[in-house]
Every structure is written in structure tokens, then in C-alpha cells.
Write a protein that binds this ligand. Structure first.
Ligand SMILES: [Zn+2]
Length: 490
């Protein structure tokens, strides 16, 4: 795609935002108190999910008539058959239900809302809605976004790049009961600049020399990022080799600090260079050429994780050409204010950027470009999956038209179109995604197993029969707290 499907949005200068950060901190303190109270009540009362079918995609095991015993925030045990009622605490009847690890979206951006104004570097609509207003809206709706993830059965997410403000988002999520677990990268180390996103705490920072890269990684390391992110944008003015020394220095310095590195590299040769230099994660599919055997072997040998983000590849083009195909889940659980902005025909003609004007004038060309992208990306995914490369599901939610939360179910549809089985798709969204999440938390999510966090999604119908059932959600359990699905957004 000509437009890098990446994220970027930016916050205010730190010095101006201090009052706001105090408010965030006091809100976080209240949330922490509430979550501790909630945790205490859970500890006092053991919960058991009785009689459901447990699906553990990580190893492909299916356990019918199972009992999952939850004590506090952890799974105490998973057993089959009739259990001694005295050891179960409060019983929740799950006969006919399907119990899975909570889903994990490994590619999101909290600094982007998913609305039409969230990427002024790509489509400048400041004359309709100033970008600073967009950023303020984003900062004021973090808890709303958290809830939409939980409603979608997503109990953990990885934010793969944004401003330093991202680290506040992680802190807030950790202190909020009704939120997914959050891993974050800070600002993207980039080959190109994006001034329109820079309101003082830029999400993308152009780095020109290896020394600058090392210095920036040291600054990031102070925030204990879960990942360092590189935006390896390549075009005729920025060839693969010119930025490669900066990629190398970034990875060396990050690894010296025991921090993994995720790289945006959507061309085959860029992705190959990134992995050769030691990238731990590729955050998108290769979309320009079929992957070759040497590339597949490289990813396997290096244990590189790849996150395909198929959904984002259609959403810019479809939004701009007024052919957006939001799913019923997105319409029901996405933020309605965000969705309302995505109708480009509501923008006064004279304020439309060229890019949208062109897409509206030639809607078939927009669809054709998307089709061509999928003709490469989908077979690439199938080839990598068949070869045993670790694939982690992710959406790039927050980009224009890619809806925080339910976009994951469109990603599942596209993974199915690529030829993945329901079990493979679920493995990508649970066990494999937990590996991308990483750290001590990553080692305790993604499986329904003794000692793992009680982060679960309970379905009314069997997702192994049809991956569409993955969104037929009855209940979500996060950190041992049970939420009837219908109650989460109300
Ligand atoms: Zn992204």
C-alpha cells in the first residue's frame, strides 16, 4: 500500500498536560482501589465454571464437560467430569458453553481513535476538526476503549507504538478492573518524519544516525517498554539499505537492555533486512511480493513472530471511497462517535483532501488495490502458518476505519479466507499472541490452565464449527472478575 498502515497520533506538550496527568493519576488511584475491592471479593468467594467445553488453542486440546476452578485472579485447576461440590465455591453453570482463553489483539494504537481525523499526516482534515481536539478526545476516552476490548472478549492488547503518553495508558489499564492487560511500545523510531502528528509528544520520531538511535533507546528504556518499535518505511527516497544501520543500532541497544524489537516492514526485502538485523516481531504482513522459502526459513530459525494485521489493509481505502464494510460486531460494540465520522460524504466537498476526493471519484480502483494486497498477503499468511512460523493475531486498531475491540472479528474472517482453520486462528489470538505480549504477564495469559490468569471468554456456540462463533460471547472474565457480556458497555 502506498500509505503505510501505521499509527501515529500525538499528545500535547508535557508541560501543558500536567493538570490532566494529575487527574488521570487520581482516577487511576480510584480505579486501583475499586479493583482491589473487586479482587478482595473474588478472593473471598471461589468461582467454578461447571460443565462447559474448554478449548485450549495453544495445544489444540478440547475438554468436554470440564470444570474450571478460579481462585482470585488465577485459575486454580481445570478438571474433567463430576467434581466434589464442596471444593468449587460459587458454581456458574456452563453446560452447552465453550470456554476459551481471553483473546489478545497484538497490534493496536491507543493514541488513535479509528475515526476520520486520527491521521492528519495521511489525510489532513484539520479544517474540519483540529487534530488537537482529536487528541483531547482520545485522551478522554481511554476507559471507553478499554471496555470495548473487554466486550469483544479481548482481555489483553499490545500497543505497538505511540507517544510517551502510551506509558500512562499502560499504568491506567493496570489500575482499572474493566480493562485489558496492556503491553506498550513508546514512540516509533522512524526513517521518515510526520510533523502533523507532533503536538509536543510525537508518536513518530525520525532518527538519522545510529548514535541517535542508541540514545533514543536509552531514553525509552527508562520507561520499561514491553517493546521498542521501528517504523522502517521504504520508498525511492528512503531505500532499504540507507536506514539499515539505524535498524541495527536500535536492535543492538534494545537487546542490550533486554527489550524486544518490533518492526513495521511491509515489503519482502525490508522485512528480510529487519529480521536479519535481529527483529523479534514483524508487525504486519509482507504485501508486495510472495514470501520465498529463504524468508520463511529465516523467520523460523530466528523465532520471529509475525502479526498479519489484514483488516487494516482494507479500511483506509474502503473508508475514503465510501465503501466501508463494518461488521455487525463493529457496529454494535465500536464507539458510535468514531463510526459516525467515517462517512466521508458528510464532509463539505471543498474541505475534502485530494486523497479522499480521488478515492470517491474512482471507488473501483480503491477496491482493486485492496484486492491486489490480499492476493499477496493472504497466501503469504497461509505459507508462513503451514511452515510453523509463530503468527499472532492483530488488527492495527485505531487506524482510520479499524475499530478498537471488534475489528478482531473481521481479522478472523480474513484469516479464514487465507485458509487457516478455526483452531489455528484461535491459537494466533491466544497462545501465540501471549508470546508476543511477552514478559511475566505474557507467560500467564493465553491458556486455560492451572496458574494462568483467569482471563476467559465464554461462548454460546462452538468456534471450532465456525470461527464466526468467536463473537457469540456470553460472558467475559478478566482477572477473575465475571462480566455478563451484555452488561459491559452499559
Ligand atoms: Zn500499527
Amino acid at each position: 500500500m502506498s500509505f503505510p498502515a501505521e499509527s501515529l497520533a500525538a499528545p500535547e506538550p508535557l508541560c501543558e498536560g500536567w493538570e490532566e496527568s494529575l487527574i488521570v493519576k487520581s482516577k487511576a488511584a480510584i480505579a486501583l482501589t475499586l479493583s482491589l475491592l473487586a479482587g478482595a471479593s473474588v478472593h473471598a468467594e471461589k468461582i467454578s465454571l461447571v460443565g462447559g467445553t474448554v478449548i485450549n488453542p495453544a495445544d489444540g486440546k478440547v475438554l468436554p464437560n470440564a470444570t474450571v476452578v478460579i481462585d482470585g485472579d488465577k485459575i486454580e485447576r481445570v478438571a474433567i467430569g463430576k467434581q466434589d461440590a464442596a471444593s468449587l465455591g460459587k458454581q456458574i453453570d456452563c453446560v452447552g458453553k465453550f470456554i476459551l482463553p481471553g483473546y489478545i489483539d497484538t497490534h493496536v494504537h491507543f493514541f488513535q481513535s479509528g475515526d476520520l481525523f486520527t491521521r492528519p499526516d495521511g489525510t489532513d482534515l484539520n479544517s474540519v476538526r483540529p487534530y488537537k481536539d482529536e487528541v483531547a478526545w482520545v485522551k478522554g476516552h481511554v476507559n471507553d476503549v478499554f471496555a470495548r476490548y473487554l466486550r469483544s472478549g479481548i482481555t489483553s492488547v499490545v500497543d505497538v507504538g505511540g507517544p510517551f503518553w502510551n506509558f500512562e495508558v499502560r499504568k491506567t489499564a493496570n489500575a482499572t478492573a474493566k480493562a485489558p492487560r496492556v503491553a506498550v511500545a513508546g514512540p516509533l523510531i522512524s526513517s521518515v518524519s510526520r510533523e502533523k502528528l507532533d503536538l509536543g509528544d510525537p508518536p513518530i520520531v525520525k532518527i538519522d544516525t545510529p548514535d541517535q538511535a542508541r540514545e533514543f533507546v536509552r531514553k525509552l528504556a527508562e520507561q520499561k517498554p514491553d517493546l521498542v518499535k521501528i517504523w522502517y518505511i521504504v520508498d525511492k527516497d528512503h531505500p532499504v539499505e540507507s536506514f539499515r544501520p539505524i535498524v541495527r543500532a536500535t536492535i543492538e541497544e534494545s537487546h542490550a537492555h533486554k527489550i524486544r524489537v518490533a518492526v513495521h516492514a511491509t515489503e519482502l526485502e525490508t522485512a528480510r533486512a529487519a529480521v536479519e538485523e535481529g527483529a523479534d516481531v514483524l508487525v504486519h504482513s509482507v504485501t508486495d511480493n510472495p514470501v520465498d522459502d529463504a524468508f520463511v526459513k529465516l523467520l523460523k530459525d530466528r523465532h520471529t513472530i509475525l502479526c498479519p494485521t489484514l483488516v487494516v489493509f482494507e479500511r483506509y481505502g474502503r473508508t475514503f471511497s465510501h465503501q466501508l464494510n463494518l461488521t455487525p460486531e463493529e457496529k454494535a460494540w465500536g464507539n458510535p462517535e468514531v463510526i459516525a465520522t467515517l462517512d466521508v460524504t458528510k464532509i463539505p466537498q471543498e474541505k475534502l483532501p485530494e486523497r479522499i476526493k480521488n478515492a470517491l471519484a474512482k471507488p473501483d480502483e480503491a477496491l482493486d488495490r485492496i484486492k491486489k494486497t490480499y492476493e499477496v498477503a493472504l497466501p503469504n499468511l497461509k505459507k508462513l502458518e503451514d511452515a510453523g512460523v509463530t503468527i499472532a493475531a492483530g488488527t492495527d486498531a485505531g487506524n482510520i476505519g479499524t475499530i478498537h475491540g471488534p475489528a478482531l472479528f473481521r481479522e478472523f474472517q480474513l484469516m479464514k479466507e487465507a485458509g487457516l482453520t478455526p483452531m489455528q486462528i484461535l491459537q494466533c489470538a491466544t497462545g501465540n499472541a501471549a508470546k508476543l505480549f511477552g514478559g511475566d504477564t505474557g507467560a500467564h495469559i493465553g491458556k486455560v490452565e492451572k496458574g494462568y490468569f483467569a482471563d476467559l471468554v465464554i461462548l454460546n456456540s462452538n468456534p471450532l464449527d465456525d470461527i464466526a462463533h468467536a463473537s457469540d460471547i456470553d460472558m467475559v472474565i478478566k482477572n477473575g472478575v465475571v462480566y455478563p457480556a451484555d452488561s459491559i458497555l452499559h
